[in-house]
Ligand binder design. Structure first.
Ligand SMILES: Cc1cc2nc3c(=O)[nH]c(=O)nc-3n(C[C@H](O)[C@H](O)[C@H](O)COP(=O)(O)O)c2cc1C
Length: 147
């Protein structure tokens, strides 16, 4: 059975709403093992088939914890090659964070990333939450069919 990690940060709850909609979409599409989390250790990343990161943009950057996680995974030689990767996040005006996340997933860890990332301006509306749910569904189906 495939395992999906949805790791996210959210100070005012906007990225969290996206994370929950993605989780719902993945579960409805048949993946029961979906973990929503604020924090994981670098070693734990290896247990998942797909890793989705929810990164709101603050100060034109991704959250510090996420950087540390990537750095820790690199130092410890955690192998994420071929795992499915995706990124999403709320933003106000520039929204760099999810693209920075995908860049590292792709170039450093050789993950199979889904592009472009999902970006919601401030509070995600109904249409955006539907896109989030669709992303969860797409990832669930990708893992099931291993395509
Ligand atoms: C101190 C501060 C800095 C921010 N810096 C940026 C920024 O550089 N670029 C941007 O697009 N949005 C920026 N924002 C807006 C946030 O990304 C936005 O409020 C987003 O909805 C926060 O998501 P969250 O509720 O998941 O934490 C900033 C917000 C605050 C409070």
């Amino acid at each position: 059975m495939s395992k999906i990690l949805i790791l996210y940060y959210s100070q005012s709850g906007n990225t969290e709403k996206m994370a929950q909609a993605i989780a719902k979409g993945a579960k409805n599409a048949g993946t029961s093992d979906v973990e929503l989390s604020y924090h994981v250790e670098a070693e734990e990343l290896a247990m998942f088939d797909a890793i989705l990161m929810g990164a709101p943009t603050y100060h034109h950057d991704m959250p510090m914890d996420m950087k540390k996680l990537f750095e820790g995974a690199a130092v410890k030689g955690i192998n994420l090659k071929g795992k499915v990767g995706a990124a999403f996040g709320s933003y106000g005006w520039s929204g760099e964070a999810p693209n920075l996340v995908l860049e590292i997933m792709k170039n450093k860890f050789e993950m199979r990333v889904i592009e472009p990332p999902l970006l919601a301006k401030y509070v995600p509306d109904g249409n955006m939450l539907e896109k989030c749910s669709d992303l969860g569904k797409r990832i669930s189906e990708t893992l099931m069919h291993n395509v």
